[in-house]
Ligand binder design. Structure first.
Ligand code: F6R
Length: 641
């Protein structure tokens, strides 16, 4: 949800920043923009304004005044003309998912102050922007965004210190961000210095350490081709990146007696294990299809080193205290979207293996209700990005209520990992397509491992049953591969049904979350009306919608009460609907119009059905020529509530 990139070093910044924007486009594609410190004037020193640089070759995107070159444009990053500025070695960029103000050129970031000497990009929401704008008086505003107050506030701060030897952008940023309410990652440059100053509170920001260069971004995928050495910033941090690649981090001071609001801190440098090419398309037309096909590998990574079948044990790199496990009475799962459906799948496994009441709540609806005992509650946040505002809000509410908290996430260093007592990583690798695919399978797998671990430690899951589940988990990557190998059959089905009026997905038990997830995929990338139902509910209302133009897609596998589900499928067929079923290898339902075979992996079979549903959604969307990796109105990382 908005992507930020910054670069300062000794190379031309424009192509690096532009590439970063392309890498970050999954976070928003309403508009994109770049601001560069014009090389000729950026010598450091005095804060005189003027001396603007003409960049007629990139007009009309570019306004070049006050020593900055700014290019911005509504629409996708490819609409943006990369400024031809070989001397500019410091720049910032932004790709936008609109909150305040429609996606126009004027609302695109970066935003500048009146003198066009300061440029700012922002991710998040500044809730008190109206008040701040009123306080700013006669500053000239050109957009409808909340962000635009920031460069003007910086302008005011810097003008107060005019006359000193050098502009102190950092002090100004510190003072300004301390007046902001809401959530932000903001990043600022000034025309007179090759330097970037940024701050975060509630929105992600990570520093990349290059050779004589430094990067700053919302996500490491922005600069992975340049460096894998990173520092994750904490909420409240202000960071100062200088031209030689030096990085200084300042954190709020706990000591009220200290005169400065922040003090320098050491933040650790970590090495990202993802390979740079993991975030590239590798010959696929879309990230989504690549990521669907990566599932066997992702699942092997998820399982790697964690399963000991002989001893019927699981090692998840997190050990919950034995006394807590004995007394735990409720597991709560909080999540959104696809992660919520992964949570619904896992809840059934946790209840069954660990014999503990497990609730799953949409994170934005979650409250820690009265009558619950926090001392006996484990709350699990399931989130691919680790940055979803609704999920962070929910897990923080659980934490304040006193529950023990655990994150199941794909993203090292993400905000959720700092908000919880323990974190487990799903290890799916970077997921760039806006529609979640491989991370769903890895989330359910990780949570299934957790369910086995809880069951074994609580003594509620026998060694024999645990071994059988672990064997099924080990068989899952191969089973998923078999589904992927049948892709040509899914293409045929997608071609046959892509023009239908609506699609209904049916399942029972573990098939329900997969039916819901299947419908979500089709909605978000094909823009078709699709709904998922517990199959038994069809006759209680939705059956009225069924016609010969509404195919039903059903989970008819182990773990999904296949015979009972087939009864409901037949009810739909009787009303004229065609039926597409994902069927366990040892079953046959001769009346299906299309059948996809699911290899025997026990309770994980609905996960294989999900792969067929992902491929179906992908190929229907492809037939319709949809923007599969960047569906309209959506963004991958939803950092606003
Ligand atoms: C759907 C999708 C979203 C996310 C949801 C939560 O394909 O990707 O529904 O699952 O926004 O995101 P995370 O898992 O990052 O918290």
């Amino acid at each position: 949800m908005c992507g930020i990139i910054g670069y300062v070093g000794d190379e031309a910044a424009a192509p690096i920043v532009y590439q970063g924007l392309e890498n970050l486009e999954y976070r928003g594609y309403d508009s994109a923009g770049i601001a560069l410190v014009n090389g000729a004037r950026a010598t450091g020193g005095s804060r005189a304004t003027g001396g603007s640089r003409t960049t007629g070759d990139v007009a009309p995107d570019v306004a070049a005044d006050g020593g900055l070159t700014v290019a911005k444009r509504s629409g996708e990053v490819s609409n943006l003309t990369v400024p031809d500025a070989p001397d500019a070695t410091c720049g910032i960029g932004h790709t936008r998912w609109s909150t305040h103000g429609p996606p126009t050129d004027a609302n695109a970031h970066p935003h500048v102050d009146c003198a066009e000497s300061i440029a700012v990009v922002h991710n998040g929401i500044i809730e008190n922007h109206e008040t701040l704008k009123a306080e700013l008086g006669d500053h000239e505003f050109t957009s409808q965004t909340d962000t635009e107050v920031v460069p003007h506030l910086l302008e005011t701060e810097l003008s107060e210190t005019a006359g000193e030897d050098a502009p102190d952008l950092r002090t100004a940023v510190e003072r300004v961000v301390d007046r902001l309410e809401g959530s932000y990652a903001v990043c600022a440059i000034h025309a007179d210095e090759n330097r970037i100053v940024a701050a975060r509170d509630g929105s992600p920001l990570v520093v990349g350490h290059g050779e004589d260069a430094a990067f700053l971004a919302s996500d490491v995928t922005a600069f992975l081709e340049h460096t894998r050495e990173v520092t994750y910033l904490e909420d409240g941090d202000v960071v100062d990146l200088s031209a030689d690649g030096d990085v200084e981090v300042f954190a709020p001071s706990d000591d009220a007696a200290e005169s400065l609001p922040r003090r320098p801190v050491d933040r650790s440098v970590e090495t990202v294990e993802w390979e740079a090419d993991a975030a590239e398309k590798a010959g696929y037309e879309h990230y989504m299809r690549k990521e669907i096909h990566e599932q066997p590998t992702a699942l092997r990574q998820t399982l790697s080193g964690r399963v000991d079948v002989d001893r019927a044990r699981v090692d998840l790199d997190v050990s919950l205290p034995e006394a807590f496990l004995e007394r735990v009475e409720e597991v709560q799962i909080v999540a959104c979207g696809t992660s919520y459906y992964a949570g619904r799948y896992a809840a059934r496994l946790i209840e069954s293996f660990a014999d503990v009441r497990t609730t799953v709540e949409i994170a934005s609806e979650y409250e820690f209700g009265a009558g619950r005992d926090p001392d006996r509650t484990l709350t699990i946040a399931v989130t691919q990005s680790g940055e979803t505002a609704d999920t962070l809000g929910a897990i923080r509410r659980a934490d304040s209520a006193g529950a023990r908290t655990l994150a199941v996430t794909n993203t090292l260093g993400s905000s959720v990992t700092r908000a919880v007592d323990d974190a487990v990583f799903i290890r799916a690798g970077p997921e760039i397509g806006v529609a979640a695919t491989k991370t769903f399978a890895s989330q359910v797998t990780t949570l299934a491992l957790l369910a086995v671990a809880l069951g074994r430690e609580r003594g509620t899951l026998s060694a024999a049953r645990a071994r059988s589940v672990l064997e099924d988990l080990r068989g899952l990557p191969g089973a998923v591969q078999q589904a992927l190998d049948a892709e040509a059959d899914v293409v045929t089905a997608a071609e046959r049904y892509c023009d239908e009026d609506a699609f209904f997905f049916l399942g029972r038990d573990l098939g329900v979350p997969v039916a819901l997830e299947g419908a979500l995929k089709l909605k978000e990338i094909a823009y078709d009306h699709a709904e998922g139902f517990p199959a038994g509910e069809l006759k209680h209302g939705p059956l009225a919608l069924v016609t010969d133009r509404t195919p039903v897609l059903a989970v008819l596998t182990e773990g999904g009460a296949p015979a009972e589900t087939m009864t409901n499928v037949t009810e739909a067929q009787t009303r004229g609907a065609d039926a597409i079923g994902c069927v366990s290898a040892d079953r046959e339902f001769g009346t299906l119009d299309v059948a996809f075979e699911v290899p025997d992996v026990g309770l994980l079979e609905p996960l294989v059905a999900n792969v067929y549903f992902q491929l179906f959604a992908y190929h229907v969307a492809n037939e319709k020529g949809r923007a599969i990796d960047k569906p309209r109105n959506l963004a991958k990382s939803v950092t606003v509530e």
